[in-house]
Structure formats: C-alpha cells, structure tokens
Design a protein around this ligand. Sequence first.
Ligand code: AMP
Length: 110
Amino acid sequence: MATLFTKIIAREIPAEIVYENEHVVAFKDIAPQAPVHIVIVPRQEISGLASLPETGDHLAILNAAKTIAEQFGLTSGYRLVINQGEDAGQSVPHLHAHLLGGRTLSWPPG
Ligand code: AMP
C-alpha cells in the first residue's frame, strides 16, 4: 500500500526535502510543532515500530537525525520521537521519526 510518505519519497507529492541518502528521506513537517520539525522516513515501507524487521533502512534513522541536527545547528539540544499506533497519535502508517528542536521542549510529552 502506497502511503503519503511513499509518495513524498517518490516525488509524487511535494515536500521540502532537507536530507536523503540510500536509506532515508527527511523533509519539513507540514504542521511544525517546533521551529525545527523534520520527519525522517525510511525508504523501505514499514508500517510502524510494532512491525519492525530486524534489519533494514530504519537502522539509518539515528545517524540521519544526528546529521540533520548538525545541519540545522541544533547545538543546545533536540528530541527524536516515534509515534506508534492510535494511543500515540500515529497518523501515517509508514514508520517515521520526528526531529524536533529550536526551542525548549517540555517533558513529559502530552
Ligand atoms: P504522526 O502523527 O506521528 O504519524 O506524524 C505524521 C506527521 O506527518 C505529522 O506531524 C504531519 O504534520 C506530517 N505530515 C502530514 N502530511 C504531510 C505532508 N504532506 N508533508 C509533510 N508532513 C506531513
């Protein structure tokens, strides 16, 4: 099933892509929750954490997050979030991490 994010990866839907490599594509969130809000998506279509394979493109998410945080100059901190399932508010069934930064982030999240 082609998800919204599969279509962004395929350039069928426009997005402001800020980083990509052979494993992931990262773009600005359309409804940013912080001054920097980047969605990092593995090219491989995995519906979420609950169906994570042992290996695959998702293993590149952490290193991509580090690189993107440096790219955006987030020297004072940032947060990486993955929403899994209904209770967490996952709205797109294609695994993705949110990189949030550019402001103080409260804890715990809502
Ligand atoms: P989640 O709620 O964790 O599944 O995250 C999905 C995210 O995708 C939300 O933060 C949305 O704002 C974002 N989003 C939805 N459509 C687009 C789009 N066309 N371009 C960029 N981000 C999007």
